[in-house]
Design a protein around this ligand. Structure first.
Ligand SMILES: O=C(O)c1ccccc1NCC(=O)[C@H](O)[C@H](O)COP(=O)(O)O
Length: 230
């Protein structure tokens, strides 16, 4: 059995210089919130492209969306993202005419990271069967809120080669415990690596470094099989 490091996704990038912080820790995924103006981390596709071009090419870019429309998904694919993270259901999905959500999402031009926000975890088994879904992000009830949730809800979910990623209120202070408890394939953080001062928005390079070190610390004491998204 090959030992595999826990993958790191840093989410909610808003500035080009934050790409350097991810490059320094060799993050696996960079998440950017698009087409969701309610979020303080929402950025335009042009901003996202600038951040993307400052990232090491091996860092996979994830467009983080809430119920995206088909038109938005095409624009996201054209902008060169590697994956699309979907909270909720796709907006244009007409349950009456689509044979199944799986069939519908198979038309998307990008692999999907299906995000769950606690109350919808019941649909995990269904999404798990969809070939277009590359993996899962288990997040708190309100995405990007920096709040955790009851991790025991995930303990007995079946695993496969699809990426199983924990999000929601992770931080340098608790991510090792999360890895010890759940052995996820990846950990996803946004609020927990931002500046602690309320009047200082954006990602804190020292907290990103501390997060990566806490993940490495936990990995020394856990082992898992190889998951490859390529
Ligand atoms: O960040 C947002 O504002 C956001 C808005 C809409 C959908 C998703 C959003 N964020 C998702 C994430 O950033 C990640 O799932 C994240 O790691 C969890 O957030 P946090 O609890 O702040 O670490």
């Amino acid at each position: 059995m090959k030992k595999q490091a826990t993958k790191i996704k840093i989410c909610g990038l808003t500035k080009e210089k934050e790409a350097d912080y991810l490059n320094q820790i060799h993050a696996d995924f960079a998440g950017m919130v698009v087409f969701f103006s309610k979020s303080k981390r929402n950025i335009s596709l042009d901003q996202a492209k600038k951040i993307k071009s400052a990232l090491l090419p091996e860092i996979k870019t994830v467009a983080v969306t809430v119920s995206p429309t088909l038109a938005q998904i095409s624009q996201i694919a054209e902008a060169g993202f590697d994956l699309i993270q979907i909270h909720g259901d796709p907006a244009d999905l007409d349950i009456k005419t689509a044979k199944s959500i799986c069939e519908y999402t198979s038309k998307f031009s990008l692999p999907i990271l299906k995000a769950f926000n606690v109350s919808d975890i019941d649909s995990y088994n269904y999404w798990h069967s969809c070939p277009s879904v590359a993996g899962f992000v288990f997040d708190a009830a309100k995405p990007g809120s920096g709040k955790t949730f009851d991790w025991t809800l995930l303990k007995n979910l079946p695993r496969s080669k699809k990426l199983f990623m924990l999000a929601g209120g992770l931080a340098p202070e608790n991510v090792s415990n999360a890895i010890f408890f759940l052995h996820p394939d990846g950990v996803d953080v946004s609020s927990g690596v931002e500046f602690l001062e309320k009047d200082h928005p954006g990602k804190d390079p020292y907290r990103i470094q501390a997060f990566a070190e806490a993940v490495q610390f936990a990995d020394k004491f856990t082992s898992k099989t190889l998951i490859d998204l390529n």
